[in-house]
Design a protein around this ligand. Sequence first.
Ligand SMILES: Nc1ncnc2c1ncn2[C@@H]1O[C@H](COP(=O)(O)OP(=O)(O)OP(=O)(O)O)[C@@H](O)[C@H]1O
Ligand SMILES: [Mg+2]
Length: 330
Amino acid sequence: MAGRQSSPILEVERLRTHFMTRAGIVKAVDDVSFAISAGEIMGLVGESGSGKSITGLSIMRLIDVPGRIVGGRIRFRGEDLAAAPEQRMRALRGSRIAMVFQDPLMTLNPLLRVGTQMAEAITAHNREVSRTEARARSRDALGRVGIPAPEERLDAFPHQLSGGMRQRVAIATAILNEPDLIIADEPTTALDVTIQAQILHEIRKLCRQTSTAMIWITHDFAVIAGLAGSISVMYAGRIVEQGHLDDILDRPLHPYTRGLIRSVPSRNRRGRPLHQIQGSPPNLLALPGGCAFRDRCPHTDDVCNAEPDLELVRAEQAARCFHPQLEALA
Ligand SMILES: Nc1ncnc2c1ncn2[C@@H]1O[C@H](COP(=O)(O)OP(=O)(O)OP(=O)(O)O)[C@@H](O)[C@H]1O
Ligand SMILES: [Mg+2]
């Protein structure tokens, strides 16, 4: 939907990733579709356990047993990653598609100096790059994510850097090979708000300059306001609302999206009590039939015992709901 103006770099179609556990099948990602164009940032938003990380890891093909992609397509520049051989994925990971995790130590090796591991990330995909050139490119990438004195940082070990700096190094490592797509899984959540804002600002600039597409995963609408172009809201493994960021912030259709936005403190004017969505996310092992948000929704009626589809409600804004809310958010 959003971002179909130019041909998309990534098209996820009806992706389903399930975990075959002893207790039963966990449908962590169930029928998820979206498309992203070059240079576009898509926010993937939802509460804990809604399937955001598993969506990102599925695109990277980093799902381990007992999990498996059981259906759908992941078209990356026309090639279906869901069916690509592992060898092909290894060539793409870290070069054409990169992922940044919440914990930078998932990416950074604590035993290697920053410059050494960044240079390795380059030469792993291109053996013809000299050490001098790899170092220069690493220094340049550190500068691009706003790290002061990048030359000195190259000689540091990860533990010698602050959390914010480490996360910037992880992001710099992700952009080293100028990927077409970056999947950022809550990389700034652990950082304080000012540093988050700085990093986000730099990332947006970078995506524009290099036409890199990005999926920004977060549970917090406040983080992506002003960053993303389009939004997909996930609930219980499914997309429940999809559209342009501004449309969704002004006029969210799904009662769940409305609840998420109203729980953002900055929207909460004049000391009104902060909104909280009642209840808790459903157990994916025992999803009730019908709409998965039914038990928490203020608009539920008998119709919601059937399963809603994700359908366009207005131009370029879709919701999976029998009772989409049409008025602007107060
Ligand atoms: N290895 C696993 N085995 C069984 N279930 C799993 C496994 N990994 C993830 N899940 C389930 O998949 C669902 C989605 O998980 P996911 O990590 O994508 O959530 P998330 O939206 O990223 O949440 P958070 O905001 O907490 O990071 C969860 O309900 C989780 O319990
Ligand atoms: Mg997650």
